[in-house]
Design a protein around this ligand. Structure first.
Ligand SMILES: [Fe+2]
Ligand SMILES: [Fe+2]
Length: 351
């Protein structure tokens, strides 16, 4: 079956609703088990939302080599999104378009992403940033992002309203200067920041300037308006040792705490993951490059993870997702490249 057929057939599948703990979330798992979806019916009742769909692609880690397999895998994700029977109003690209942050990689990413047949908004990942501290990224990608009060010429964080929902994108991979004193080149700085357990940068965050901007941006929004926040790394402490978190995530969540419905979508972890902290439901997207293993962490919703990726199947554990907003909730559907079925995915589950 081609990926295109796979996407179209998945839209016809019957979905099984499984109710979670009272007052928490309601999950939906695909009857055919292609992957986990979830909804949050309790927290997203809002009559002012006009139904719409957005899609998310993330973490392509393009290398400089010509015709690298990751180029093809990014194109496969774009094909999934472009062939959705219901067209998304926009696509979020969740960061790490490049592997080493070099201009040739960033330019290659822009060229491949231009094949998306709807609008795109984008945030940076740590692999896009540290060669030149975002100058190349902003020049190529920032110009397409919404204009919303950032520093002149920098559009790595932004917000916009769409059909009754307020969307915010932040750059949460910023660390304090560890490179000047060590006289590092930009490439050396990037190499350190690209390490999974980078010892020098420490855990990144959005930092003071964005916190101030976010505070002002959110002050204009009514508390019953659904908020969707996009970030590269999770806004909660999933596994900080691998950079799976945000140093000032608690402050970001604090600014969001007055809202009734908050949804966070992030990349970076290269795996499906779901969590709920306070009023914020958080969804992690698969990458298009490779799946990270799951860290040894107990979660409140352990079965929201995909099965461990099959190393014998080179398409397993990667893909894209789409999210449908309606007046009664949000349904997220992960779209893996490989149609790998697991029993709990087939049968649904109670969280
Ligand atoms: Fe990544
Ligand atoms: Fe990343």
């Amino acid at each position: 079956m081609s990926k295109k057929d796979n996407v179209q057939n998945s839209s016809k599948r019957e979905f099984l609703g499984v109710t979670g703990k009272a007052g928490l979330s309601t999950f939906v798992a695909s009857a055919a088990g292609i992957n986990l979806g979830l909804v949050d019916l309790v927290h997203a009742q809002n009559k002012s939302v006009q139904p719409f769909r957005f899609a998310m692609i993330s973490d392509s880690h393009l290398f400089s080599h010509k015709n690298h397999k990751f180029d093809t895998q990014l194109s496969d994700a774009i094909e999934q999104v472009n062939n959705l029977p219901v067209k998304p109003d926009f696509v979020l690209y969740g960061g790490d378009i490049a592997q080493d942050g070099t201009m040739d990689q960033l330019e290659k990413g822009q060229k491949i992403l231009s094949k998306i047949n709807t609008k795109m908004v984008i945030i940076p990942g740590e692999h896009d940033w540290y060669v030149d501290m975002g100058t190349g990224w902003n020049g190529l990608y920032g110009k397409n992002n919404p204009e919303s009060g950032q520093r002149k010429g920098r559009k790595e964080y932004w917000s916009f309203d769409h059909k009754g929902v307020h969307f915010v994108g932040v750059n949460n991979i910023l660390v304090d200067d560890f490179w000047t004193v060590q006289k590092m080149t930009g490439v050396e700085r990037q190499t350190h920041m690209s390490m999974l357990e980078g010892p020098w940068g420490g855990l990144w965050g959005v930092k003071a300037e964005q916190l101030e901007w976010l505070k002002k941006d959110l002050a204009k929004q009514p508390t019953d308006k659904p908020i969707v926040i996009f970030s590269h790394a999770p806004l909660w402490d999933y596994y900080p040792r691998w950079g799976f978190g945000t140093s000032d995530g608690e402050q970001v969540r604090g600014l969001l705490s007055k809202f009734e419905n908050v949804f966070s979508f992030h990349g970076h972890v290269h795996q499906t993951i779901y969590n709920k902290i306070g009023n914020m439901s958080s969804v992690g997207a698969m990458s298009t490059s490779w799946p990270w293993p799951y860290p040894a962490v107990d979660l409140a919703f352990p079965q929201s993870r995909q099965n461990r990726a099959d190393p014998g199947n080179e398409e397993d554990g990667m893909g894209s997702l789409y999210a449908d907003f309606g007046t009664t909730g949000v349904r997220v559907q992960h779209q893996p490249f490989a149609d790998t079925l697991t029993p709990w995915m087939k049968n649904g589950f109670v969280a």
